[in-house]
Write a protein that binds this ligand. Structure first.
Ligand SMILES: Cc1cc2nc3c(=O)[nH]c(=O)nc-3n(C[C@H](O)[C@H](O)[C@H](O)COP(=O)(O)OP(=O)(O)OC[C@H]3O[C@@H](n4cnc5c(N)ncnc54)[C@H](O)[C@@H]3O)c2cc1C
Ligand code: SF4
Ligand code: SF4
Length: 418
């Protein structure tokens, strides 16, 4: 897939205008690449300090393109419609929630959680439902970074399995694929899928070419500096590292750097994500209303165990994915993959989610107060519809809401937004 980095042949940069300027003013970009898909001749994605993928404008964006960017950009807003499905104020609309894992033990081991997401992709490829999967994998030239890849075989899907806590802009290079006759499954962050789904409402090629959209729970994207900080904590650096996994090869698996001499250095998921990467997450993720992928057909996450106090435990064990079917297509796909013995699943009580996903729960509860803080600072904020912000905020004690709002004001006043 074309990589959208700025090169010597690209025209000179110009100031971002219109919708992109509003995104920039609020530091609202999630880095999905949707605007580069809408206006590929004038916008591309580029790594910008401290290491996030951001749109760069090299030519004029037409009024029609700008209006379309305003409608699909997840930085500017998101609309969710339950349409008769069970609609949880925190976890969004869904048809079924189960836990499960890939029956292929190598895939289960290699993947982030139980490999359910990759097993469903394998099922889609091997039944001919799709010709290829658009997904994210390690960039060969910079193993802590990501590139979008097209996987056409089960082994390519397994190669790309595992969460990569680094920027990815999987929409940026989609334009040529929409001109093809092939059918694709798309895997992306919830904001990537929200943008693609919004674009599908006005570009009929998307539903024809990309009949399946899959996502995962997302606590936020750290900058490339975060990945570099993990390397430094491991006692290595970019020059010495030839391969890097953020996790996987076990559940949750270790962040593991493979060095030029073949040796490996690793640290636990708790130390890498909790101790380092989570401190490098971009501003947009702190005010994300959709870390659980409401626009996707199927969403996977970590089905952590919880201890006696109800906190998630990260002891190494055989992986288990939480699987949320959000659409009829997602529910059918889940059932077919299980019938074909690609995955096995078990019943899951959605009430357990609050225990095993405290990060998602607390962020949703704090969201309205954080947006209020930004409103006080006169910063642009995303327009969320159908995401039950008030109901979620009512679950937050009043004092905590005040603290969350003041915390955001303090961040703004001390220059820590973006
Ligand atoms: C940035 C990030 C934040 C996360 N936050 C949470 C969270 O808050 N709660 C939680 O339960 N789990 C979180 N996860 C883990 C994610 O939920 C697991 O991938 C999920 O548990 C599915 O596991 P699996 O074994 O079924 O998936 P796998 O079979 O391992 O498949 C993972 C898929 O994700 C794709 N992928 C990996 N990294 C990226 C990326 N940066 N951008 C786009 N696609 C990518 C891969 O291409 C692959 O298709 C996060 C993952 C990421 C990348
Ligand atoms: S969030 Fe996506 S669509 Fe919006 S400005 Fe950023 S890259 Fe472009
Ligand atoms: S937390 Fe939300 S905005 Fe940030 S990368 Fe994940 S889905 Fe996108």
């Amino acid at each position: 897939m074309p990589n959208n980095e700025h090169g010597p042949d690209t025209p000179p940069l110009q100031e971002v205008t219109g919708s992109l300027a509003r995104v920039e003013r609020g530091k609202l970009c999630s880095g999905c690449g949707g605007c580069a898909l809408v206006a590929p001749a004038s916008i591309h994605m580029e790594l910008q300090p401290p290491g996030f993928l951001r749109p760069v404008q090299t030519g004029p964006v037409s009024a029609a393109e700008d209006a379309r960017i305003a409608r699909i950009c997840p930085g500017l807003g998101q609309s969710v419609s339950a349409g008769g499905r069970t609609d949880d104020a925190i976890w969004g609309p869904y048809l079924a929630m189960r836990t499960g894992h890939a029956t292929d033990e190598r895939l289960r081991f290699a993947a982030s959680s139980g490999g359910a997401l990759s097993a469903v992709l394998t099922h889609l490829l091997e039944t001919g439902e799709v010709d290829a999967v658009i997904q994210t994998a390690a960039a060969p030239a910079l193993p802590i970074a990501n590139i979008a890849v097209l996987s056409e075989t089960a082994s390519a899907v397994q190669e790309a399995a595992g969460s990569r806590y680094a920027p990815s802009a999987p929409l940026a290079g989609l334009a040529p694929l929409l001109e093809e006759e092939r059918r694709f499954a798309f895997v992306g962050k919830p904001c990537d899928v929200a943008a693609l789904r919004a674009l599908a409402a006005e570009d009929a090629r998307i539903d024809r070419r990309i009949p399946v959209m899959i996502s995962f729970f997302c606590g936020g994207i750290p900058s490339q500096k975060g990945g570099e900080a993990v390397l430094a904590a491991l006692g290595t650096d970019l020059a010495t590292t030839v391969a890097f996994r953020y996790r996987g090869n076990g559940w949750p698996g270790h962040a593991t750097a493979t060095l030029r001499d073949g040796s490996q250095k690793s640290m636990t998921y708790h130390a890498s994500w909790g101790g380092i990467l989570s401190h490098h997450v971009q501003h947009r993720c702190k005010i994300c209303a959709d870390g659980t992928g409401t626009a996707a057909d199927l969403v996977c996450a970590d089905a952590w165990d919880s201890d006696a106090r109800g906190y998630p435990v990260f002891d190494e064990r055989d992986g288990v994915s939480l699987i949320v079917a959000r659409t009829a297509k997602g529910a059918a796909l889940l059932a077919e993959a299980e019938r074909a013995a690609r995955i096995v699943t078990e019943a899951f009580d959605p009430a357990r989610l609050a225990l095993i996903q405290p990060g998602q729960l607390n962020r949703r509860r704090a969201l309205l107060a954080r947006l209020a803080g930004l409103w006080i600072l006169a910063k642009p904020i995303p327009r969320y519809r159908g995401l039950h912000l008030v109901t979620a905020a009512r679950q937050n004690p009043l004092l905590r809401n005040i603290k969350n709002a003041l915390g955001m004001v303090r961040r703004g006043l001390t220059g820590r937004i973006g």
